[in-house]
Design a protein around this ligand. Structure first.
Ligand SMILES: [Zn+2]
Length: 421
C-alpha cells in the first residue's frame, strides 16, 4: 500500500517542504491548493476543464451535502467521486464551521455575549454558509437543526459527522470541531478548545470501528483562537493523537492578517514533520506565499472561484515572483505600509472586468497568462459576457483564476526545490 504522505524535499531556507499526498483518487503534490467544491461541484467547471487546468484536489462541504441531496443518496450513488464525476482527490470538512457559525447567527439575533458584537457575529456567520438552518438545539453532545430544504431534523455530533463523511466518501475527512468566533474571550476559546479535543477523541474512536469503502484519512483540527498559549496547547494535543493529517482551524474568521499569520507562526514548531498540514479557509495569494514557509502543505479557499464569479480576474505578474524571495515574516502585515519591506499592493492582485474601461479593450484577458482564456478571449468579450450576465463569463473567469492558482503553486514548488523559499 502506498504511504499517505511522503516528504520529498525540505527547503534550506525555511520550513517549506515538497511532498505528495497519495489517495485512491490520485496524488496531490504539495504545497497544493484545494479548490472549493462546496456542493460537489467546482462551480461552473465540468470535469474536462478541471483536468485541463490541472486542479489537483477539491473540498466538499459536509453540511451542505447533508442538507441536499443527503448523505444516503450520495452513498447509494457510490460516493461523491462517482456521483459528481469529480475524479480528483477530495477533502470534506466536518460541517462544524457552518453548524456553529449558523448557530451563533441565530443566537446573535437575541443578544451578544460579552466581548462579542452583533455585526462581527453576523459577518462571521456569513463567511461560508449559504443557507440558514432553523436551529433546534445546541449542546455538548452536538447540534440539532431543521433543514431549510425539507424541514428534516438533522443532528451533527462527532460520530454523525464521521458517518456523514464516510457516506460522502471524500478521501480526506476533518474531525468535528468547534470553530471559535472572533473576537472570543480566553475563557470561551479554552472551553471550545477542550470540547474540540474531546470530540477529536470521539471521531478517532468512531472511525476505528467504522467500515470504509476506500481509504479515508482523518485530520485532527487545531483550535485555540487568537491566544498563543491555547494554540500551542491545542497543537501539542492534536499532533499527539497521531491522525494521518493535521489541520489548523478557526483562522481567517474575521481577525486581521497579522493575527491570522501569528496563529500559524506560534505553532509552526509543533507541526508534524511526517504528516500533512492543512490550513482551513486561507487562500489569498500573499498569505499562501508566506505561510508555506511555516510548513503548511495544503490550503483551501473559496476566494479564486468566488472572485471569478464577481468578475474579479487574477493577474499573473512576473514581479510577483520576486516577492516569493522575501524572508519569513516580511510579507504584508498590518501597520504602516512604508515601514514594511513588501506590501500587498506589490501583488497587483486582480482587476474588475466589469469596469467600463474594458468595454472596447481587445487585448487578452491577462497578457502574462497562457491559459485557454487568455490565449483566445479579449477583455472586451469577457466584459460583455459579465455585463450581460451570460453563464459562459463565469466559466471563463473561474477557469483563468484557478489556472493562476495552480501555476502559482507550480512556482512555489519549484522555488522550494531550489531552496529559494
Ligand atoms: Zn489566463
Amino acid at each position: 500500500m502506498n504511504k499517505f504522505f511522503t516528504v520529498k524535499h525540505v527547503s534550506k531556507k525555511s520550513k517549506a517542504r515538497l511532498g505528495e499526498i497519495t489517495t485512491s483518487h490520485g496524488v496531490v503534490k504539495t504545497p497544493g491548493f484545494i479548490s472549493a467544491a462546496t456542493k460537489g461541484t467546482i462551480k461552473s467547471l465540468f470535469p474536462q476543464l478541471i483536468k485541463e487546468i490541472g486542479i489537483q484536489a477539491g473540498c466538499v462541504n459536509t453540511y451542505h451535502l447533508v442538507t441536499h441531496p443527503g448523505a444516503e443518496i450520495i452513498e447509494k450513488a457510490g460516493g461523491i467521486h462517482k456521483y459528481s464525476q469529480l475524479n480528483i482527490p477530495l477533502m470534506s470538512d466536518s460541517g462544524g464551521f457552518q453548524v456553529f457559525s449558523l448557530a451563533r447567527k441565530d443566537k446573535a439575533r437575541d443578544k451578544s455575549r460579552p466581548g462579542e458584537t452583533l455585526p462581527s457575529l453576523l459577518k462571521q456567520a456569513d463567511i461560508r454558509g449559504d443557507e440558514e438552518p432553523f436551529l433546534v438545539k445546541i449542546s455538548e453532545a452536538g447540534v440539532k437543526f431543521r433543514s431549510t430544504y425539507d424541514g428534516q431534523l438533522i443532528e451533527f455530533t462527532p460520530e454523525k459527522s464521521m458517518e456523514f463523511q464516510r457516506k460522502i466518501g471524500a478521501d480526506i475527512n476533518m474531525a468535528f470541531d468547534e470553530c471559535t468566533y472572533y473576537p472570543a474571550t480566553h475563557e470561551y476559546a479554552e472551553k471550545a478548545m477542550v470540547r474540540t479535543h474531546d470530540w477529536l477523541k470521539r471521531c478517532i474512536k468512531y472511525k476505528a470501528s467504522d467500515q470504509v469503502t476506500h481509504n479515508q484519512y482523518l485530520y485532527g483540527v487545531i483550535q485555540g483562537a487568537t491566544f498563543e498559549d491555547l494554540r500551542k496547547k491545542s497543537a501539542e494535543f492534536v499532533v499527539s493523537q497521531n491522525t494521518p493529517g493535521v489541520a489548523i482551524g478557526g483562522v481567517s474568521v474575521g481577525e486581521s492578517k497579522k493575527e491570522m499569520r501569528e496563529q500559524v507562526r506560534w505553532i509552526s514548531d509543533y507541526l508534524p514533520k511526517d504528516r500533512p498540514v492543512h490550513l482551513l479557509g486561507v487562500g489569498q495569494i500573499d498569505d499562501i506565499v508566506d505561510l508555506v514557509k511555516y510548513g503548511i502543505d495544503t490550503f483551501d479557499c473559496v476566494e479564486p472561484t468566488r472572485l471569478a464569479r464577481m468578475g474579479r480576474i487574477y493577474k499573473i505578474n512576473k514581479a510577483r515572483c520576486q516577492n516569493f524571495l522575501a524572508p519569513v515574516g516580511t510579507l504584508p502585515l498590518q501597520g504602516n505600509p512604508k515601514s514594511q519591506k513588501i506590501s500587498s499592493t506589490h501583488f497587483e492582485y486582480d482587476f474588475d472586468i466589469l469596469k467600463s474601461v474594458y468595454k472596447a479593450d481587445l487585448s487578452p484577458v491577462d497578457e502574462g497568462c497562457n491559459c485557454y482564456v487568455c490565449k483566445n478571449i479579449t477583455k472586451s468579450y469577457l466584459h460583455h459576457l459579465f455585463k450581460q450576465r451570460e453563464i459562459l463569463g463565469y466559466t471563463l473567469a473561474t477557469y483563468h483564476n484557478l489556472w493562476v492558482m495552480e501555476r502559482l503553486f507550480d512556482k512555489i514548488r519549484e522555488m522550494i526545490l531550489n531552496s529559494e523559499l
